[in-house]
Ligand binder design. Structure first.
Ligand SMILES: Cc1ncc(COP(=O)(O)O)c(C=O)c1O
Length: 367
């Protein structure tokens, strides 16, 4: 897609290419984040560029734990928090810690494609479980998919690519299925990015056997800085062993932990979030326009993706039709669900507006 984008820009001029493919925030980090970054740099405390404990700075981990305790009501301490190289780091260390070769991890389809690699990196086998018509976890299918080799299920709400937010009732019921040795790995980099006042339920509170993979990449628009954490539920019976294994995995997988400067920054302003209203405005503009043209394009509740049905079943063929209009989108089959496409709201608003005529022409073509 990236290569095709470059070629299209050369052919048509950059102003005539409308790139809906990237999950790279188009906004700048909140002022509070840049202010903390300046403070940390100007204080330049002795040894602030040195090695640190493998799980990250204890003071920062304690600050994160206080926030988790307030949110979930669970007795979190810094011991349950490991500072990681984004959510990708958190997901990799927990898989490294829990998987033996051939163990299975359930992925709810459609899914973020990197999950497959994260599981396979550590000898695991991804098992796809279809979601329901609203892209919510299908509890019957999940119950059927759990077998003797199942070690984990990855949850992702708000979801990439669908924008679905899992309901509290669903997570509560799911808790009954997540029994020893299975754990729920809740990947939540989009948690603060929700629309219409929707508040995602707290997975750590609702599912006893859960861990949280967190990242500030999307919340603070800092994906290049690689700041995240893994938080392990204090209710896990195997907490001490899991903590040791994840801390060791953080040390040996090559990325060690979250960068030092960024640990101090996020520790000082953990809740600073980009302005979500601008994503919501673009969501409304795009969904209303597409629906008016005849696309099935429901409004997502969160993340910054819209996941409409393609008007023809062959999503890849439709992506090519859009490409002829200068529009770049990702086929749903890239996420395990053909017949759909993912459109990222990180595109500039004016480009989004100018792309609409192309969407209209694409759906008017004979099927
Ligand atoms: C669902 C999901 N999980 C994890 C990640 C990785 O996040 P990070 O950049 O913090 O490693 C992404 C990035 O796009 C994502 O969409």
């Amino acid at each position: 897609m990236f290569e095709i984008g470059l070629e299209l820009r050369r052919e048509r001029g950059p102003e005539n290419v409308f790139d809906f493919t990237l999950g790279n925030p188009d906004v700048e980090p909140p002022d509070a984040v840049i202010a903390e970054l300046r403070r940390v740099a100007s204080e330049n405390r002795p040894r602030s560029h040195a090695y640190m404990p493998n799980a990250g700075y204890p003071e920062v981990r304690s600050a994160i734990a206080r926030g988790l305790e307030a949110r979930t009501g669970l007795p979190f301490t810094g011991q349950e928090v490991i500072m990681t190289n984004g959510a990708a780091g958190a997901l990799n260390i927990v898989h490294k810690a829990i998987l033996d070769p051939g163990d299975e991890v359930l992925l709810l389809n459609p899914y973020f494609p990197e999950y497959r690699f994260y599981v396979e990196n550590h000898g695991g086998r991804p098992v796809l479980v279809e979601t329901d018509a609203q892209f919510q976890p299908d509890l019957n299918r999940i119950a059927q998919a759990i077998g003797p080799r199942t070690k984990a299920i990855i949850l992702n709400s708000p979801n990439n690519p669908t924008g679905a937010v899992y309901s509290e009732a669903c997570l509560r019921e799911l808790s009954g299925l997540v029994r020893d040795p299975v754990i729920a790995i809740s990947d939540e980099p989009y948690r603060p990015l929700t629309f219409d006042g929707v508040k995602p339920p707290e997975t750590l509170r609702l599912i006893e056997r859960s861990v949280l993979a967190w990242s500030w990449s999307k919340a603070m628009a800092i994906p290049g800085e690689r700041a995240g954490y893994l938080a392990m539920s204090p209710r896990l019976a195997e907490l001490a062993a899991l903590r040791d294994a994840c801390t060791f995995a953080n040390r040996i997988l090559g990325f060690i932990n979250a960068p030092a400067i960024w640990q101090w920054v996020v520790g000082a302003a953990p809740d600073a979030t980009v302005d979500v209203a601008q994503y919501q405005e673009k969501r409304d503009l795009l969904c209303d326009a597409l629906t008016g043209m005849g696309y099935a394009a429901p409004r997502p509740q969160g993340s910054f993706y819209v996941f409409p049905k393609t008007p023809i079943a062959d999503d890849v063929a439709f992506i090519h039709r859009l490409m002829a209009e200068g529009i770049l989108a990702v086929p749903g089959s890239g996420f395990g669900r053909g017949g759909y496409m993912r459109l990222s709201l990180t595109i500039e608003r004016q480009a989004l507006e100018r792309s609409l005529a192309g969407f209209e022409r694409a759906i008017r073509q004979p099927k």
